[in-house]
Design a protein around this ligand. Structure first.
Ligand SMILES: [Zn+2]
Length: 208
């Protein structure tokens, strides 16, 4: 139907897929034009954080910053120190309950803090390692505001439309963030990967 001319031709990702499709048409609902934006553009829209779209299209899991981890470390160590003080108080005043309780808590906090901080560091490393791949898959995709589908205009690397959850699962899985998938996303199944066949991008074919 209404085929706007080359206005939207520039609507392609900054991801670097050289030959851009002429016009981006949603493969699920057929919308085009202003409804269809690249995923980076959709996430950059002013209302996107408020509507939760940025989260639903997040390219990578949020991780604790180094600074946050350092803060956690300090907090844990302060608490461990306080418990060690209790144990010391127990020794000095011959209160075995304080001694054993304080010592046990101090050790628990010390070990627990190291465990947490180490986990955060591992997660940062995982996300840093997968980020280029995630970025690549994320930036090349388009988001249709009409039906909330995500798709690749070129039909590659994924041939058909995905929901935002499926898209996030796809990107995160490809980038190696499977451990970071929450329970809901773990349940999400990707549609069968139909061969990227006759629906060549470009929108020149007749509507069936
Ligand atoms: Zn659509």
């Amino acid at each position: 139907m209404a085929t706007e001319k080359s206005e939207e031709a520039k609507q392609t990702s900054a991801g670097g897929f050289g030959a851009a499709p002429v016009m981006t048409v949603c493969p699920r609902c057929g919308a085009s034009g202003s409804s269809v934006r690249t995923v980076p553009d959709a996430c950059a829209a002013p209302d996107s954080p408020g509507s939760g779209l940025s989260d639903r299209l997040a390219k990578a899991p949020g991780v604790e910053s180094r600074f946050d981890s350092f803060t956690h470390f300090l907090e844990g160590m302060v608490l461990a120190f306080v418990c060690a003080g209790l144990a010391r108080h127990g020794v000095q005043n011959d209160k075995p309950l304080f001694t054993t309780g304080g010592a046990a808590l101090a050790v628990l906090l010390f070990v627990g803090t190291l465990w947490v901080v180490r986990g955060e560091a591992r997660e940062r490393a995982t996300v840093a390692a997968g980020r280029p791949r995630a970025e690549e898959l994320w930036a090349a995709a388009c988001f249709c505001a009409s039906c909330e589908s995500v798709f690749y205009p070129t039909g590659s690397p994924w041939p058909g439309p995905l929901t935002t959850d499926q898209f996030r699962k796809y990107v995160w899985t490809e980038a190696g963030f499977t451990k970071q998938l929450d329970e809901k996303l773990k349940q999400v199944e990707l549609p069968p990967r139909t061969p990227a066949g006759p629906t060549a991008p470009g929108g020149a074919h007749g509507h069936a």
